[in-house]
Each structure stands twice: as C-alpha cells, then as structure tokens.
Write a protein that binds this ligand. Structure first.
Ligand code: PHE
Length: 352
C-alpha cells in the first residue's frame, strides 16, 4: 500500500449493537457511487481489518473502472477479534451496525456480499438501508453473486489459455484452484465440466470430499500454490503471492478471483521477470459486481448481465496485448486503463 492516504472517507466505529469494530472505507466516488462487499472476518488486531478495508476498497475502484462500470470503490470490514465467538445474535447485530454505517454515508457507498457474508445477510442490511446489492431474489435483489464471479473468472482463464496455448478451450488444461469457497468451488465445477485437469485445495480439510465430486486431485494449499500447472487460480483470501513464494512457482500464468493476491505491488514485477503472466485479481474477479450492477442498477436482463461478465475474456485479452505492446506488466497496463477511465470523468460541479 502506498504511504499516501487517498481515500475519500473512512468510517470507523464501535458498532452500537455488536460492540465490534465496523469499518467502511470509501475509496472513490469519482465514477459514481462507491460499491464493494461487506467482509465479516476474524483479525488478530482490528487495524489489520482497517488495512484490508483500505486495500480492498481501492481494489474495487480499479475493478469498477476496468470493467467500465459507472461506479467507484468501497469496502466494509467487520473486524471480529479472534477471541470473540460470533453466534447468530451477534452476527445480526453486526449486520445492523453495518447497515447504520452505510446509511450514514447517504448513498456515497452501497454494500454487497463478500467473504463471510451471504445474500441473506444483505436482506438484514436491507431492513435499514436501500444501499445494498445482492439481496435474495425474493427480496428484490440479484441474489448470490458468486456464480457470476466464477463465470467471469472462467472468461479470464480463456483469455490466458489463448495466450499460452493459442486456443481458448480449457479442456486438458492443467490448473490448480486454491480455495474452494463459494466462488472457488463453482469455478472448479465449471472447469471440471469443460474437461480441465484439476488440482484443488483449501485450508478447510472438510472440503476434501469435493475433490472426488470434481474428479480432481486434492493437495495441501501450499502444494497447490507451487504446483507444476499451466495456470494457478487463487480463489481464497489475499496476500498469497509473496516475494518468497515467487521463486517457487512452477505455473506459467496466474488468474483467479481472490481479491488482493499480491502481498506487495512489486510482486507483479517479480512475476513478470520470471515470465509468469499475472492477470490482476480485480480484472479476473469482476463478474459478481458486473452482474449485480447490470441487473440491479441498469435493469438489464440476466442474459445481458451474462454477456457483460463474459466480456471479461476480451478485457483480459486486450490487457495482455497492451502489456506486450508497451512492454509493461499486465498489472501496469490494467492500472493505466483504470487511471485513464478515472481521468476522463469531467469534474462538473454538482448543481446547486
Ligand atoms: N465481493 C464483491 C467483489 O469483491 C463485491 C460485490 C459484489 C459488491 C456484488 C456488490 C455486488 O467484487
């Protein structure tokens, strides 16, 4: 993270009902209302939750800009102390606290699901504020965003495969999916259906039985990360691509939906120097937010939303091409594209 604070505003409060630290980071509203999910997660120190919120919200600004959405980036983190048991009552209180924090921002930011939250949780938030995406369909929302995130990542993987192999089919491709959460598992199913050769892993050993269903090989997460595969697919929490792990990697490319995969930004250069193609997470993982906004804000049909999600394939292909052409990393090409989109907004003063 750069040392310079470049967020528009950050709300940090002790939730009135839950007593938990509730953090809402609004990175940018330059392109429109800031959007980004609500993460309920355990942190050893609430400041780690703040650091996550700051990084993840900046990532959402880039995610929306590259996806061509008229929205900015934000993120909510409820930083649950490691010693606190989160039962159903405390969870509900935390969600109500999140709703109040979101409502206090008066529309500058709208939340959605993320690691640790579900469409049902969005319905709870929706009892107190309209600024929430992905409520269950019966409550008027677009529901679970993970199928669209998985589909968008599949599109990104096609572009990578095309680049590595000269054809976009994933049949026979050797991939390692690290993390079988709601997005990772769906993505693994799509890949298995297409005949990819899969290694799968998760920090939760109970997920092992999924490997059998998928016809995949189960490995430990560390092994999954450094496996000799064509494409590594990080689909769990961030920070997995560290300076230490780069020399150990045996894959040719990395593209996955996990947010904030790089431990530090310069890991993108290390990967590039090793000849490993890294597709920025905020490009590959944009399917969920693209789907939710297309359906809920722009009243598009499911089919229109699907088309926009699948267009991630072209976005990635264009970025890889631009990176080659300009002799920069795909990370740099993506960041330049995001910056161009942010710079072309006319700063028209709001009408009185
Ligand atoms: N968790 C989603 C992401 O990281 C955030 C999101 C999804 C926000 C859908 C709004 C709607 O992109």
């Amino acid at each position: 993270m750069s040392a310079q604070f470049d967020h528009e505003q950050v709300v940090i409060r002790t939730g009135l009902r839950s007593g938990l630290p509730v953090i809402v980071a609004v990175h940018s509203t330059k392109l429109g209302q800031a959007v980004g999910g609500c993460r309920i997660w355990r942190y050893a120190d609430w400041r780690d939750g703040l650091a996550d919120a700051l990084r993840l919200s900046a990532g959402m600004t880039a995610k929306c800009a590259v996806a061509g959405l008229a929205n900015g980036g934000g993120k909510t983190v409820v930083a649950v102390p490691e010693s606190t048991g989160l039962d159903a009552t405390l969870r509900r209180r935390a969600l109500e606290d999140v709703a109040d924090a979101v409502a206090s921002l008066d529309g500058a930011y709208a939340t959605g699901p993320d690691v640790g939250t579900t469409p049902q949780d969005m319905a709870v938030i929706g009892e107190r504020t309209a600024h929430v995406f992905c409520k269950p369909e019966e409550w008027g929302g677009s529901g679970d965003s993970s199928p669209a995130t998985a589909l968008g990542t599949l599109a990104a993987l096609r572009a990578v495969r095309q680049r590595l192999h000269g054809a976009s089919t994933l049949t026979g491709a050797h991939l390692s999916v690290v993390g079988l959460g709601s997005v990772g598992l769906r993505l693994a199913r799509l890949l298995a259906a297409e005949g990819a050769d899969l290694l799968v892993s998760d920090i939760d050993p109970a997920k092992r039985k999924r490997a059998g269903e998928l016809g995949a090989t189960w490995v430990a997460p560390d092994e999954g990360l450094t496996a000799d595969v064509d494409i590594l697919v990080p689909a769990a929490l961030g920070g997995v691509l560290t300076e230490q792990v780069v020399p150990e990697l045996l894959c040719s490319a990395i593209a996955g939906p996990a947010n904030n995969q790089l431990a530090t930004p310069d890991v993108a250069d290390l990967l590039h120097r090793r000849g490993i193609v890294w597709v920025p997470d905020y490009v590959a993982g944009a399917g969920g937010v693209i789907n939710a906004l297309t359906v809920e804000l722009h009243h598009g049909t499911a089919q229109e939303a699907r088309k926009r999600v699948e267009a991630i394939e072209h976005t990635v292909a264009d970025l890889l091409h631009a990176a080659d052409h300009q002799q920069v990393t795909p990370a740099e090409a993506a960041s330049q594209l995001a910056q161009r989109r942010l710079d072309t907004v006319l700063s028209v003063p709001a009408a009185p």
